[in-house]
Ligand binder design. Structure first.
Ligand code: PLP
Length: 364
């Protein structure tokens, strides 16, 4: 298994190495961070011509970047993004969760959008240097994470509707708070009946920038009506659950099985895959299948998954004017078991036996 080969044996360096992140910056109120951008000190940037693959880039101070007004990202949206997090763990290390998967996904998107691809060592170089150069911005253990945002875009000028002649990879970082301050709470979802997120044979399966602005309106409609998020149905039959705007969806059935919509038009979330693996290890049956909204509404628990919010319990779903509450509307038992299992791995309360943690300070 590839990921295992990349992993670093914890015991060897915990004992013998002193290399690790610097102390968190002084004078910062880490508790105050939500998911807003806080500019950090440095960004990583690499450029590449069409038809070539990326080579290592460089670190630059955070600030505006020069762009040609005719860049194909502006007119044609030739662009992808990623999102991953660096955590300061209970052992004092800084670790990034499964960055190899983000690299693979970005390259799947690059192929779909006819963009230059990024070799894994270049992607890891970008992650490593972005973390290390902003190391004091990694929040104290348990007080959030340093969120990394890689963007791959067509920066070259083109007037006609065509792929850009050149591409930019940039990575910036922002400290973010815990999604839940204190206690974990359940969110409410509104099924979007006026909008779809992705079409069959479209780009819903890649993190293309163009997938996101079109759902702002559905998300606003949900928030304006007092819901936390919109939940999208499939575009063909308008009855199968796909996912929320930036997180995947799971239910737990009354007989304790996990069901999540199958891949195809949804974004293959790293957290989604992680949860499937962990749930199986914990002894649950897990299945990926078409999930009829009516069946979802009969679940005993539901939750969303994503790097931003990790595992978010869903307390209720509203569909066509009818609101269905799961259990007592509080975070479910199985949901919380999975939440705690994932958190303990990310913060090294349990050993990284699966090789999911990447330590940028040890990779040099
Ligand atoms: C990023 C994203 C997710 C979550 O993916 P992770 O890899 O778990 O962060 C889910 N759905 C959509 C539409 C997304 O953009």
């Amino acid at each position: 298994m590839r990921v295992f080969l990349k992993s670093q044996p914890i015991s060897s360096f915990r004992r013998f190495s002193t290399k690790g992140p610097p102390a968190p910056k002084d004078g910062i109120n880490w508790e105050a961070f939500g998911f807003e951008l806080t500019k950090t000190d440095y960004i990583y940037m690499a450029e590449c011509k069409k038809g070539e693959t990326f080579k290592e880039g460089k670190i630059l101070p955070y600030g505006p970047i020069p762009m040609d007004p005719a860049s194909s990202i502006f007119s044609y949206g030739q662009s992808l993004f990623e999102g991953l997090k660096a955590f300061r763990t209970h052992t004092g290390r800084a670790v990034v969760f499964r960055p190899w998967e983000n690299c693979k996904r970005m390259n799947d998107g690059a192929k779909r959008m006819l963009m230059s691809t990024i070799p894994e060592e270049v992607f890891l170089d970008a992650v490593k240097k972005t973390v290390i150069n902003n190391g004091a911005w990694i929040p104290p253990t348990g007080k959030g994470a340093l969120y990394l945002r890689p963007v791959l875009m067509g920066n070259g000028a083109s007037l006609g509707v065509a792929p850009s002649p050149s591409y930019t990879l940039l990575v910036y970082a922002s400290p973010v708070g815990n999604y839940f301050k204190g206690e974990v709470k359940a969110i409410s979802l509104l099924v979007a009946t006026q909008h779809h997120r992705s079409a069959p044979k479209g780009t819903g399966h890649v993190k293309a920038s163009g997938n996101y602005a079109p759902v702002f309106e559905a998300q606003k409609r949900a928030k304006d009506n007092g819901f936390s998020e919109a939940l999208f149905l499939d575009a063909k039959e308008d009855k199968y659950v796909e996912e929320a705007g930036a997180s995947n969806f799971f239910i737990i059935t009354k007989d304790n099985k996990l069901i999540t919509p199958n891949l195809g038009n949804i974004l293959p979330g790293v957290t989604r895959e992680t949860v499937m693996i962990l749930a199986k290890e914990l002894g649950y049956q897990v299945s990926e299948e078409k999930l009829d909204i009516d069946r979802a509404l009969e679940a005993s628990e539901a939750f969303c998954t994503g790097t931003g919010a990790s595992i978010t319990p869903v307390g209720s779903i509203s569909y066509n004017g009818k609101k269905v509450v799961f259990g007592d509307g509080q975070p479910g038992k199985v949901t919380m078991q999975l939440y705690n299992t994932l958190r303990d791995i990310q913060f090294e309360k349990t050993n990284d036996i699966r090789g999911w943690l990447y330590d940028p300070y040890q990779d040099s």
